[in-house]
Design a protein around this ligand. Structure first.
Ligand SMILES: [Zn+2]
Ligand SMILES: [Zn+2]
Length: 457
């Protein structure tokens, strides 16, 4: 006991030795008290802002459900989100934001200039739907069809981008109401065609960047989220560093020599060469890549060849996707695929051409930014609801923004409470379902991050 008292007194005793002059010490103590009281004031101010965010986000929850269900019922494919763009823009203009429509075809960039000095922080929501037929029996079920590359297809928000739109409209609403306290500038990016533009069209994040979305004013950091059908509502998962995979599409064209199916020795069979290539591609993953560093996936999804059972065709075409979580491994896998395919072709006397097209980069969460903003997520969702998640082999074109500024992308739960995540319908499927009763958690998260990032900058 005595020892503790002695220790606790020692810093004060030290003050007497540093300031033998009582006047100086009084001055120092006054300064300390002033600093302490301004710290208490700042803390109280922050608590006030957090409480206001929470109150406003909860208040806007019913509106967000309305917006989300309207958008869900009126889905539009990538680069065709005309009605969606108008719907969002009308809301943002009503809030008094500086709104620019038609960015990267059907996207929107809107600026909210806060009343306090601070950084330029971008918040991104993607707005496109998919050619999927909805099977979920909800009153706001999509019955929409549209033209997709010359074909009539059903359209559904089967990746949950409708919830991203509603959340971001909610964030714009709440922050507009708190404008005088908002530090710096918030740049809202509503991005079309995240799932990839149709055919050879340009679009998505790369086109937005090309059109200068990260400049003027220059974005200092960018944040985004993805709703998850397999994570319970109210929960948030994040990962520092690599979070989502890069995605490349490859095509392997094999040219052999056509002949009669009864005498294969008179030709060069591109189908057999193709099967050998597929098997060898899998050994790149299992035998040549350091899987303790990061996972790699190579999948062949298409194998087209031949027209008749007794003709060995001249040509076979393989198409597939590559997923990596490390930029160096991505490059290495590209080289190995080319090498393996060409060497196998050569061994058989076939000609092989490989083309690889990068669709997205690795979605990389800046570790310093993540560290700064984890407390904001915990404030928004509650400490127990926020945890570090695992990386995923799914891909996001948000990754392109991350090349231009420190970025942070995280997952928000959209699965009904108590459901088994292993039974939740995956994204991009007809039974995909998102519960929208807790979209306010997303609003709280973004708003809190805007204030906390502004404060720490
Ligand atoms: Zn998707
Ligand atoms: Zn998505």
């Amino acid at each position: 006991m005595t020892k503790i008292e002695c220790c606790s007194l020692s810093p004060i005793w030290r003050l007497f030795t540093i300031f033998p002059n009582k006047k100086n010490m009084r001055k120092f103590l006054m300064l300390m008290i002033a600093a302490l009281s301004s710290l208490i004031h700042l803390h109280a101010q922050q608590n006030k802002i957090t409480a206001l965010i929470s109150q406003q986000a909860s208040a806007i929850q019913p509106k967000m459900v309305e917006w989300r269900r309207y958008i869900h019922q009126h889905p539009e494919l990538g680069n065709r989100e005309v009605n969606t763009m108008e719907y969002i823009a009308k809301h943002l203009e009503g809030l008094g934001l500086e709104v620019k429509k038609g960015v990267a075809k059907t996207g929107i960039v809107a600026l909210l200039r806060g009343g306090k000095p601070g950084p330029v922080l971008a918040l991104r929501a993607d707005i496109d739907a998919l050619p999927v037929k909805e099977r979920v029996d909800v009153p706001y079920k999509s019955m929409v069809t549209a033209d997709y590359m010359g074909q009539t297809v059903p359209v559904m928000h089967a990746c949950g981008h409708d919830t991203h739109i509603a959340i971001m409209m909610g964030v714009a609403d709440v922050l507009s109401g708190m404008k005088k306290d908002v530090p710096g500038t918030v740049k809202f990016i509503f991005q079309p065609a995240e799932e990839g533009p149709p055919g050879t069209e340009e679009g998505g994040a790369p086109l937005m960047i090309q059109e200068g979305v990260m400049e003027n004013p220059k974005v200092e950091a960018i944040l985004g989220l993805h709703i998850s059908s397999a994570l319970e509502i109210g929960k948030i998962r994040y990962k520092s560093g690599s979070f989502m995979a890069s995605s490349d599409w490859f095509t392997i064209k094999i040219t052999g020599k056509q002949t009669h199916g009864s005498s294969p020795w008179t030709g060069i069979d591109p189908i057999v060469v193709g099967t050998q290539i597929i098997n060898n591609l899998q050994t790149i993953v299992s035998r040549q890549e350091d899987l303790t560093k990061a996972p790699v996936v190579i999948s062949v999804g298409k194998f087209h060849s031949g027209i008749r059972s007794n003709i060995i065709p001249e040509e076979a075409i393989l198409e597939g996707t590559i997923r990596t979580l490390d930029a160096g491994m991505q490059k290495d896998v590209h080289q190995k695929i080319k090498h393996v395919a060409q060497q196998v072709g050569e061994a058989w006397g076939a000609k092989v051409e490989v083309t690889i097209e990068t669709k997205t980069l690795v979605t990389y969460n800046d570790p310093a930014l993540v560290k700064t903003l984890i407390p904001s997520l915990e404030t928004a969702a509650g400490k127990d609801n926020v945890a570090e998640g695992r990386w995923t082999t799914g891909a996001e074109d948000f990754s392109f923004f991350g090349e231009k500024a420190p970025a942070f992308f995280f997952n928000l739960g959209g699965m009904p409470v108590g459901q088994d995540p292993s039974k939740a319908a995956p994204h991009h499927t007809p039974d995909f379902y998102i519960e929208d009763s807790m979209l306010d958690v997303g609003v709280k998260a973004f708003c809190q991050m805007v204030f906390d990032y502004g404060k720490k900058k």
